[in-house]
Write a protein that binds this ligand. Structure first.
Ligand code: MSP
Length: 630
């Protein structure tokens, strides 16, 4: 069966973070699973490079939009390559073939009577690249999606006749799988039932976008970035061009974040209806990640860098954590503690120890040759229970529930571990029940092999190591034999090293403690009374030392003119040599709630200015310690 699976294409105004890695790893897991099952898969990812947001981000850095897009797009591609993401094609919306398909799509929709010229007057959120009606705004001017200030726009524009598709869309939502999970589908349905307005699909107030088809002779207009972006799914399959491979289109799965579901479950199917193309089989929306319970943002400096996590804790453990930690569709929280707990209990204990025990037992009882002849005779109940969980796992993945998929696989591991504990093979051997003992080793080896086959899409290297240790293959044949037909096979066990080492303490510097987590955007206005809540004092640094085990943190003792110096932990070790700071005066947010950072109490925050590098804030002339900044 041919299958098309896509990630959203990522904006190039930001380097890859955990949210991007999450979507990409889910898609990679699904693509690998479908291939394992024998499907012919086309897995697409890429970057979204046009629009006002990118134009402005490039300008702020003194670069041309294309130069800037080249730089960031390359970072996404390099990270996915380093992570071994099995994409078949990486699309960039600045690629010529994509521009051509976008123009062809525009022409087709125009010919079908779905595009007309008018004037757009209303609010636009540059951050979301989205139009809003006045009654949708928060406080009369802010974006209902991201909270940032919108801009008033009045410009000539082409419109797509979205309103025309309202009933057909509602009909489509009756289809069970079209939008997943179900709760999210209900939100989409109420949005559409609220009434659809025609959509402005061209802009004239900036230049960084795809030009309209030449025949229209409209040099001022560029395509709305969301039309351009959504069409990527078709241009990658060669739509309207010579090299079409649209066979994949009939079986399409889009994975997206909840924030962009409206674009994929409302606008996109309407565009496709206009083009007379089949609609995707499913658009599945996942939730958002926070860090240690706090929303991630560049200004808070708490964005989880996926490369740092993978380099520190291992890519396979990171993949497992992302897939297992949150029910698909719900928001999730990244914390090092939660990751470490999963590594220690599920990966090291449940999975890794099981492999070591199989290798140990087989070398003691059966010369490493694991023969499955008697498994059914002694352990048919265990086999039967495992089969139920394997089937449930397959159903879960079909419903795009990778967390439940992994949970079911772990239930199979639990059966294996519990059976060893229950029958104690060492006692069976002591009592001369050799057949039973050998069958037990063969049972657990078969269960582990089944888990490894199904784990291979999520943790390809770990699964391969298990397969190499027990000498079996992971491919479509073994999938059919062991998973679909539940056959038993024989193994030869080889010596191996532990799959996962236990981790004692957090290995990365903690996220900065942020009191400012309620602040929605840098530009948000506050009243003077809000500012007065912050007590900022000048103090002299008395001591400054590195913190053992962290290359980011420094521990300060600062005299703020109080009874005793304050201890403050700050993540600035990269920027300063500790001894060079002693005697310097700095500004400190003094009424920040104390918090423990890396096991050390921190009683305030040292203020600094960031512009790529970092400088501590001080005063022009020396002042008394404890002087108030205001
Ligand atoms: N360019 C558009 C998508 C166009 S698809 C035709 C876009 N890009 S994005 O880079 O801003 O976001 C890409 C994906 O990352 C979205 O699915 C979004 O939900 C996801 N995430 C961004 N931040 C996230 C978290 N903090 N957590 C989880 N995913 C989040 O939107």
């Amino acid at each position: 069966m041919k299958k098309f699976i896509t990630t959203p294409i990522y904006y190039v105004n930001d380097i890859p973070h955990i949210g991007h890695a999450y979507t990409t790893i889910i898609c990679d897991t699904l693509a690998r699973f479908y291939r394992l099952r024998g499907d012919d898969v086309f897995f697409l990812t890429g970057t979204d490079e046009h629009g006002q947001k990118i134009e402005e981000a490039a300008k702020a850095r003194g670069k041309s939009p294309k130069e800037y897009a080249d730089e960031i797009s390359a970072k996404f591609k390099a990270l996915w390559d380093e992570f071994g993401i099995s994409y078949d094609h990486f699309i960039r919306t600045t690629d010529e073939y994509h521009k051509l398909t976008s123009q062809n799509v525009f022409t087709k929709m125009l010919k079908n009577g779905d595009i007309y010229k008018g004037e757009y007057e209303g609010s636009y959120c540059v951050s979301c690249e989205s139009f809003f009606a006045a009654n949708q705004l928060i406080d009369d001017e802010c974006c209902p999606d991201c909270g940032k200030k919108t801009r008033l726009v009045k410009e000539e524009s082409y419109f797509f006749a979205l309103s025309k598709y309202q009933d057909r869309l509602l009909k489509w939502y009756e289809n069970d799988k079209c939008v997943l999970p179900k709760g999210k589908k209900n939100e989409v349905i109420s949005f559409v039932k609220g009434g659809l307005k025609d959509l402005s699909i061209t802009r004239t107030s900036f230049e960084w976008g795809i030009k309209l088809p030449k025949e229209l002779n409209e040099p001022k207009h560029v395509m709305y970035v969301w039309l351009d972006a959504l069409v990527n799914y078709l241009s990658a399959l060669g739509y309207t061009r010579d090299e079409e491979r649209m066979e994949y289109w009939n079986n399409t799965l889009h994975i997206v974040g909840k924030d962009i579901l409206r674009f994929h479950a409302v606008y996109w199917p309407a565009f496709l209806m206009s083009l007379d193309l089949p609609l995707p089989v499913s658009v599945a929306a996942h939730g958002w990640w926070t860090r240690d319970g706090v929303k991630m943002s560049k200004s808070l400096g708490n964005v989880v860098n996926p490369k740092e996590v993978a380099d520190t804790y291992g890519l396979e453990a990171f993949r497992y954590f992302l897939l297992r930690e949150v029910p698909f569709g719900q928001d999730g929280d990244f914390s090092q503690r939660a990751l470490i707990d999963r590594i220690n209990s599920e990966l090291s204990n449940d999975l890794g120890n099981l492999l070591s025990r199989i290798v140990g037992m087989s070398s003691k009882y059966c010369d490493n040759i694991i023969d499955s002849t008697n498994v059914n005779k002694f352990y048919s109940n265990e086999l039967e229970s495992a089969k139920i969980h394997i089937n449930q796992a397959l159903i879960s993945l079909d419903e795009i529930s990778p967390n439940r998929y992994l949970e079911e696989l772990w239930k199979v591991l639990n059966i294996a571990n519990a059976t060893i504990a229950k029958y104690e093979p060492w006692n069976l051997v002591k009592n001369n029940k050799f057949d039973e003992a050998n069958a037990l080793v063969a049972l657990v080896a078969n269960l582990l092999a089944r888990v490894a086959i199904l784990l291979s899409p999520a943790m390809p290297q770990t699964a391969q190591k298990i397969a190499d240790t027990l000498e079996f293959e992971i491919n479509t044949n073994s999938y059919n034999e062991l998973i679909i037909n539940s056959n038993l096979i024989n193994f030869k066990a080889n010596a191996t090293t532990p799959l996962f080492a236990k981790i004692e303490h957090e290995l990365m510097a903690p996220a900065p403690v942020a009191k400012i987590d309620e602040i929605k955007s840098k530009d948000e206005e506050i009243k003077i009374d809000d500012f007065k809540k912050c007590v900022i004092k000048v103090g002299t640094i008395l001591e400054c030392d590195n913190i053992e085990g962290s290359d980011k943190l420094l521990k300060f003792k600062i005299d703020l003119g109080e009874d005793k110096p304050r201890q403050i932990i700050s993540g600035i070790a990269k920027y300063y040599e500790p001894k060079s700071l002693i005697g310097k005066q700095v500004c400190v947010l003094a009424n920040l709630k104390p918090a423990k950072i890396f096991k050390h109490l921190s009683e305030g925050m040292i203020l600094s200015a960031e512009d790529g590098s970092l400088t501590l804030l001080g005063t022009h002339a020396s002042v008394k310690n404890g002087a108030i900044v205001g």
